[in-house]
Design a binder for this molecule. Structure first.
Ligand code: SF4
Ligand code: SF4
Length: 321
């Protein structure tokens, strides 16, 4: 798959996942109805399925039936839900964060806009991997940024409130411009959270706060078979030190370093950037599912020593990637 295809594929998966999150409560795929106190899963009310008056029959068979229903409909689903991110992490590292997470996609959008407007990703400070060059025509990006800042938090607030209040009820309240306290609190609370996280916190949240990210990070780090982006030490000898791989990394990872950074979300942007610099297929980075590595030959190590400064004084001589 060439670089552009990889990039387009990632944008498609991100957009589809955002749509899934917005539409799941609308189509009753998953939501909690606070009015009736019931959980709706794929259009049906999720219940343990016990018959009325089950507690009146004190037999062993009935007790076993109750225990079985409880395990099947209450404990097992929770175990499955809680194991999703550890299993994903063990197999794919933080792939979900880079390819699906709606918040990650939102942060990337605001990274893009602030880079175009200010020449750096963060509103607060400049990072070593920022381009430092804003767009020559900043007006369209400023207008787009204002539009996104106003609209996206409200859409997210409304969509996520739909997980607790029937989306039809919310829609009716929007049409009549009359809101109950719960709907108002849901929309305003989520909007403020989305606004602050997208404006100020961004990927710091992915690194230090997000529980799903942390689980993928830990299990991905421990797993010998998790997906990771590796620098091929032999190909690295051809590196031109253009630093393109570092500039595109919104997680501030320096992918050429021999020691893998657990914050890498396997987005593949460094793979694309390096293939652009060195030629399709000749780039330094690739996806791998193995911790095993090739120790670089002597000629490669000699060339790599020229990059020692760029690699922060670290070299591949003794370290396996
Ligand atoms: S190191 Fe590469 S794959 Fe990992 S997050 Fe950075 S750009 Fe994405
Ligand atoms: S993008 Fe490739 S050539 Fe450029 S600095 Fe990174 S590894 Fe070297």
């Amino acid at each position: 798959m060439n670089g552009n295809a990889l990039h387009i594929m990632r944008r498609i998966t991100q957009v589809l996942f955002v749509l899934l999150i917005i539409l799941a409560p609308v189509f009753d795929v998953l939501r909690f109805d606070s009015a009736t106190g019931s959980l709706i899963v794929f259009g049906s009310e999720w219940s343990i399925g016990l018959e009325k008056g089950f507690y009146e029959i004190h037999s062993l068979g009935n007790a076993s039936h109750v225990a079985w229903r409880f395990f099947l409909k209450a404990i097992l689903p929770w175990v499955l839900i809680l194991s999703v991110f550890p299993v994903l992490g063990a197999l794919t590292g933080r792939f979900f964060c880079g390819w699906f997470c709606p918040e990650g996609a939102l942060f990337e959008l605001f990274d893009f806009l602030t880079t175009k407007i200010f020449g750096r990703r963060s509103l607060l400070n400049k990072k070593p991997n920022d381009s430092g060059i804003p767009s020559q025509n900043r007006l369209p990006y400023i207008l787009l940024a204002v539009f996104c800042m106003m609209l996206i938090p409200l859409i997210a607030g409304t969509a996520l409130t739909g997980y607790f209040v029937n989306p039809r009820t919310i829609w009716g309240q929007i049409i009549n411009w009359e809101f109950t306290f719960g709907v108002k609190a849901g929309i305003i609370g989520v909007s403020i959270y989305i606004f602050i996280s997208a404006m100020i916190v961004r990927h710091t949240l992915c690194k230090y706060v997000c529980g799903a990210g942390l689980m993928q990070m830990l299990f991905g780090w421990a797993s010998p078979v998790s997906l990771r982006v590796n620098a091929d030490p032999v190909k690295l000898a051809a590196c031109t030190d253009c630093k393109g791989c570092e500039r595109v990394c919104f997680m501030n990872v320096r992918p050429r370093l021999p020691k893998k950074d657990i914050n890498c979300v396997n987005c593949g942007e460094c793979i694309i950037s390096c293939n652009k610099e060195l030629g399709e297929g000749r780039g330094v980075f690739n996806y791998t599912q193995s911790k095993l590595c090739a120790v670089p030959p002597k000629e490669a190590i000699d060339k790599l020593s020229n990059l020692k400064t760029s690699l922060g004084g670290k070299c591949y001589e003794k370290t396996c990637s």
